[in-house]
Design a protein around this ligand. Structure first.
Ligand SMILES: [Zn+2]
Length: 141
Protein backbone atom coordinates (compact mmCIF):
# COMPACT_ATOMS: atom_id res chain seq x y z
CA UNK A 1 0.00 0.00 0.00
CA UNK A 2 1.44 3.38 -0.92
CA UNK A 3 1.60 6.33 1.41
CA UNK A 4 -1.45 8.18 0.13
CA UNK A 5 -3.65 5.11 0.40
CA UNK A 6 -2.34 4.47 3.89
CA UNK A 7 -3.15 8.04 4.86
CA UNK A 8 -6.65 7.76 3.41
CA UNK A 9 -7.19 4.52 5.24
CA UNK A 10 -6.10 6.05 8.55
CA UNK A 11 -8.33 9.06 7.97
CA UNK A 12 -11.32 6.82 7.29
CA UNK A 13 -10.59 4.80 10.39
CA UNK A 14 -10.38 7.94 12.51
CA UNK A 15 -13.64 9.20 11.08
CA UNK A 16 -15.33 5.88 11.82
CA UNK A 17 -14.02 6.00 15.39
CA UNK A 18 -15.22 9.58 15.77
CA UNK A 19 -18.69 8.63 14.61
CA UNK A 20 -18.92 5.46 16.66
CA UNK A 21 -22.11 5.53 18.73
CA UNK A 22 -23.17 8.76 17.05
CA UNK A 23 -26.01 9.49 14.68
CA UNK A 24 -23.74 10.08 11.66
CA UNK A 25 -24.64 11.82 8.41
CA UNK A 26 -28.33 11.36 7.63
CA UNK A 27 -30.50 12.95 4.93
CA UNK A 28 -31.64 15.75 7.23
CA UNK A 29 -28.06 16.64 8.22
CA UNK A 30 -26.99 16.50 4.57
CA UNK A 31 -29.78 18.86 3.52
CA UNK A 32 -28.96 21.29 6.35
CA UNK A 33 -25.31 21.21 5.40
CA UNK A 34 -25.96 21.72 1.67
CA UNK A 35 -28.37 24.58 2.39
CA UNK A 36 -25.79 26.13 4.72
CA UNK A 37 -23.11 26.00 2.00
CA UNK A 38 -25.47 27.50 -0.60
CA UNK A 39 -26.43 30.32 1.80
CA UNK A 40 -22.77 30.89 2.62
CA UNK A 41 -22.00 31.45 -1.08
CA UNK A 42 -25.07 33.62 -1.56
CA UNK A 43 -23.95 35.72 1.38
CA UNK A 44 -20.62 36.48 -0.29
CA UNK A 45 -22.65 38.86 -2.48
CA UNK A 46 -25.20 40.09 0.05
CA UNK A 47 -23.17 40.16 3.25
CA UNK A 48 -26.42 40.06 5.18
CA UNK A 49 -26.39 39.34 8.91
CA UNK A 50 -29.66 37.34 8.78
CA UNK A 51 -28.32 35.05 6.04
CA UNK A 52 -25.09 34.76 8.02
CA UNK A 53 -26.87 33.51 11.14
CA UNK A 54 -29.00 31.21 9.02
CA UNK A 55 -26.07 29.42 7.41
CA UNK A 56 -24.04 29.28 10.62
CA UNK A 57 -27.10 27.94 12.46
CA UNK A 58 -27.80 25.32 9.82
CA UNK A 59 -24.16 24.23 9.71
CA UNK A 60 -24.07 24.00 13.50
CA UNK A 61 -27.30 22.02 13.53
CA UNK A 62 -25.93 19.62 10.89
CA UNK A 63 -22.83 19.05 13.03
CA UNK A 64 -25.02 18.59 16.11
CA UNK A 65 -27.05 15.92 14.26
CA UNK A 66 -23.98 14.07 13.01
CA UNK A 67 -22.39 13.87 16.47
CA UNK A 68 -25.57 13.42 18.48
CA UNK A 69 -25.67 10.32 20.66
CA UNK A 70 -29.45 10.32 20.92
CA UNK A 71 -29.81 8.10 17.84
CA UNK A 72 -33.51 7.09 18.26
CA UNK A 73 -34.59 10.73 18.50
CA UNK A 74 -32.45 11.81 15.52
CA UNK A 75 -33.75 8.81 13.56
CA UNK A 76 -37.36 9.82 14.25
CA UNK A 77 -36.61 13.42 13.19
CA UNK A 78 -34.97 12.19 10.00
CA UNK A 79 -37.98 9.99 9.19
CA UNK A 80 -40.28 12.96 9.72
CA UNK A 81 -38.06 15.07 7.47
CA UNK A 82 -38.15 12.42 4.72
CA UNK A 83 -41.92 12.16 5.04
CA UNK A 84 -42.42 15.94 4.81
CA UNK A 85 -40.10 16.32 1.83
CA UNK A 86 -41.40 13.29 -0.08
CA UNK A 87 -43.34 15.24 -2.72
CA UNK A 88 -40.62 17.86 -3.43
CA UNK A 89 -37.99 15.10 -3.54
CA UNK A 90 -40.13 13.14 -6.02
CA UNK A 91 -40.54 16.31 -8.12
CA UNK A 92 -36.77 16.83 -8.17
CA UNK A 93 -36.27 13.24 -9.23
CA UNK A 94 -38.87 13.72 -11.97
CA UNK A 95 -36.97 16.73 -13.32
CA UNK A 96 -33.80 14.65 -13.37
CA UNK A 97 -35.48 11.77 -15.25
CA UNK A 98 -37.21 14.21 -17.58
CA UNK A 99 -33.85 15.67 -18.55
CA UNK A 100 -32.16 12.28 -18.92
CA UNK A 101 -34.85 10.86 -21.23
CA UNK A 102 -35.85 14.16 -22.83
CA UNK A 103 -35.62 12.81 -26.41
CA UNK A 104 -37.74 9.67 -25.91
CA UNK A 105 -40.11 10.08 -23.00
CA UNK A 106 -42.05 12.43 -20.84
CA UNK A 107 -42.66 12.05 -17.17
CA UNK A 108 -45.74 13.07 -15.27
CA UNK A 109 -46.73 12.84 -11.66
CA UNK A 110 -50.16 11.53 -10.77
CA UNK A 111 -52.17 14.44 -9.42
CA UNK A 112 -53.73 12.21 -6.78
CA UNK A 113 -51.07 9.84 -5.44
CA UNK A 114 -47.84 11.44 -6.80
CA UNK A 115 -46.86 8.27 -8.61
CA UNK A 116 -44.29 8.87 -11.37
CA UNK A 117 -45.57 7.90 -14.81
CA UNK A 118 -43.49 7.67 -17.95
CA UNK A 119 -45.13 8.11 -21.33
CA UNK A 120 -43.57 8.02 -24.82
CA UNK A 121 -42.97 11.35 -26.43
CA UNK A 122 -44.80 12.73 -29.46
CA UNK A 123 -48.18 10.98 -29.17
CA UNK A 124 -50.17 14.19 -28.93
CA UNK A 125 -52.80 14.67 -26.24
CA UNK A 126 -53.45 11.41 -24.44
CA UNK A 127 -55.32 10.24 -21.42
CA UNK A 128 -52.99 8.83 -18.84
CA UNK A 129 -54.23 6.34 -16.31
CA UNK A 130 -52.23 6.06 -13.11
CA UNK A 131 -51.17 2.42 -12.64
CA UNK A 132 -51.27 2.82 -8.88
CA UNK A 133 -54.57 4.55 -8.12
CA UNK A 134 -56.34 4.48 -11.54
CA UNK A 135 -56.71 8.25 -11.52
CA UNK A 136 -57.09 9.55 -15.11
CA UNK A 137 -55.77 12.81 -16.47
CA UNK A 138 -55.07 14.26 -19.91
CA UNK A 139 -51.60 15.48 -20.86
CA UNK A 140 -49.80 16.52 -23.99
CA UNK A 141 -46.84 14.33 -24.89
ZN1 LIG B 1 -52.13 7.86 -8.85
Amino acid sequence: MDRIKQFQYRLQLQLAQMLYGRNGVDAFAKTCNTTAIILMFINIFFNNVVIYFMWVGLAAYAIFRIFSKNIPKRYAENQKFLELTLVPRKRMNLVKLQWRDRSTSRYYMCTKCHQQIRVPRGKGRIEIRCPKCSNRFIKKT
